[in-house]
Design a protein around this ligand. Structure first.
Ligand code: GDP
Length: 457
């Protein structure tokens, strides 16, 4: 395995901690660490073994007592020789060790450089490399699960497979071009068509999953709207208390930028403008529907609460119309159902059908049903555990471009365009598919043509 020059960096979070881990990767990593280490001769140690010892300054003074783990290429994260130094988590010690490592020939790693090397050395594809970053950033059960699925291969395996099949077809179509005037057809059009439909069948659900994937990765900006006195702040408190979420209530900080967060079934809901809902009763009158409606611009989901004893159907229809125009999904919640008779409740339910959720915000009755409905908006019927979700805007862009190109090619095929037109759209699709997983398209396309069809040119 070809190894690049040694790089070093702190692998754990910066700051003070019980332990910090410094990682060194590249040609001669073990050797250079060994030069500052007192203990066993690291160069003689087997892969995946840990060794206690001390690290020394040039003058021989002890910097720290450490545990050094040796990984030999290619059985390491980067597939290069890797050393992991576990030291005490002092910023001074970390600085000293990094300085010693650089004195001995390592260079400080750039952000993401270890993962980049792992990718370049074929440890994983681009989607998986990006999933490493997502995994590190994941802060909820759902975002962790999504990143983990992608790290373990996710959709890239399927895309690579389809792309390989498409490469073979493009090779055949381009071969037809070489025959110019002669009327040859190497690429079976019906098979090509089936393949293209297959690709679309894989790509389209991925594109559609982006809304959900993105919501899971970044949280769902959610706003609670409704007339004054509908019970919005009561609901907010009930939601936050129930879930024991971290209420961002740090004195002196700007309330506008702080959002409350709520985790339901591992999905993060970011509640927008909850500061407005926490204000004292004097100002509550000022926070009318208009004020909360303004918050809708920032929201991906609205909880529209109304007082079932006070509000009229006409009021609600008007807000519904507004929400529809804004194209924001919303949950319609009838609050204060305790104030209503069974018959009146049945009336509401009949008027709005299954869309309506009944609630008593002050007692919490109906809250669980409401929360289930909230997660339904995100999941849209999918069980998160077995669904592959696209969370990355770059993937989304290339998937959309692939879909466009494939769709054009299908139309082209059906209307009998020439092989060169067809090849052009297919190449575009190949490029975008390849860019998702990080495979290089032009070279392997040529390889495929030449390796498969040695026709003596
Ligand atoms: P907001 O102006 O929309 O934030 O409304 P509040 O949350 O301040 O609630 C207005 C009043 O309605 C308060 O006195 C609440 O205690 C009361 N309230 C909230 N939910 C319910 C409910 O389900 N039933 C009843 N009877 N009262 C409620």
């Amino acid at each position: 395995m070809f190894q690049l020059e040694p790089i070093a960096a702190l692998a754990t979070a910066p700051g003070i901690g019980a332990i910090a881990v410094i990682r060194v990767s590249g040609e001669g990593s073990v050797d250079l660490t060994n030069r500052i280490f007192r203990g066993k001769d690291l160069t003689q140690q087997a892969s995946h073994t840990a060794h206690f010892g001390t690290l020394r300054t040039r003058e021989g003074a002890i910097i720290d007592e450490v545990l050094v783990t040796v990984f030999r290429a290619p059985k390491s994260f980067t597939k290069e020789d890797v050393v992991e130094i576990s030291c005490h988590g002092s910023e001074y010690i970390i600085r000293q060790i990094l300085q010693r490592l650089t004195q001995e020939g390592a260079r400080l790693a750039r952000p993401g450089e270890f993962t980049q090397r792992a990718f370049l050395n074929g440890q994983f594809d681009l989607v998986q490399a990006e999933a490493v970053a997502d995994l590190i950033a994941s802060d909820s059960e759902a975002s962790h699960r999504t990143a983990m699925t992608q790290l373990r291969g996710g959709f890239s395996k399927k895309l690579k497979e389809l792309r390989q099949q498409l490469i073979d077809f493009v090779a055949l179509v381009e071969l037809e071009l070489d025959f110019g005037e002669e009327d040859v057809e190497f690429a079976k059009r019906d098979q090509l068509r089936t393949l293209m439909l297959n690709i679309r069948q894989v790509v389209r659900p991925l594109i559609e999953s982006f809304a959900t994937g993105n919501a899971i990765k970044n949280g769902v900006p959610t706003v609670i709207i409704g007339k004054p006195n509908a019970g919005k702040s009561t609901l907010l408190n009930a939601l936050l208390n129930e879930e024991k979420a971290i209420v961002s209530d740090i004195p002196g900080t700007t309330r506008d930028v702080i959002e409350d967060e709520l985790f339901i079934e591992g999905i993060r809901f970011r509640l927008i403008d909850t500061a407005g809902l926490r204000q004292t009763t004097d100002t509550i009158e000022a926070i009318g529907v208009e004020r909360t409606m303004q918050q809708l611009d920032k929201a991906a989901l609205a909880i529209y609460l109304f007082d079932a004893a006070e509000n009229s159907e006409a009021d609600i229809r008007a807000v519904q119309a507004d929400l529809q125009v804004r194209n924001i999904p919303y949950l319609l919640v009838a609050n204060k159902t305790d104030k209503l008779t069974e018959a009146a409740l049945a009336d509401w339910q009949e008027t709005f059908g299954d869309d309506l959720v009944q609630l008593q915000a002050n007692t919490g009755a109906g809250l669980d049903a409401m929360k289930t409905r909230l997660t339904d908006f995100v999941k849209r019927g999918a069980t998160l555990a077995d669904t592959t979700l696209v969370t990355n805007a770059r993937h989304m862009e290339h998937l959309t471009a692939t879909d466009d190109a494939i769709s054009r090619a299908i139309i082209g095929l059906d209307s009998g365009v020439s092989a060169d037109w067809l090849a052009m759209d297919l190449r575009i699709a190949l490029r975008h598919l390849g860019e998702i997983t990080g495979e290089i398209t032009t070279n392997d396309l040529l390889d495929s043509i030449f390796s498969r069809f040695c026709i003596g040119k």
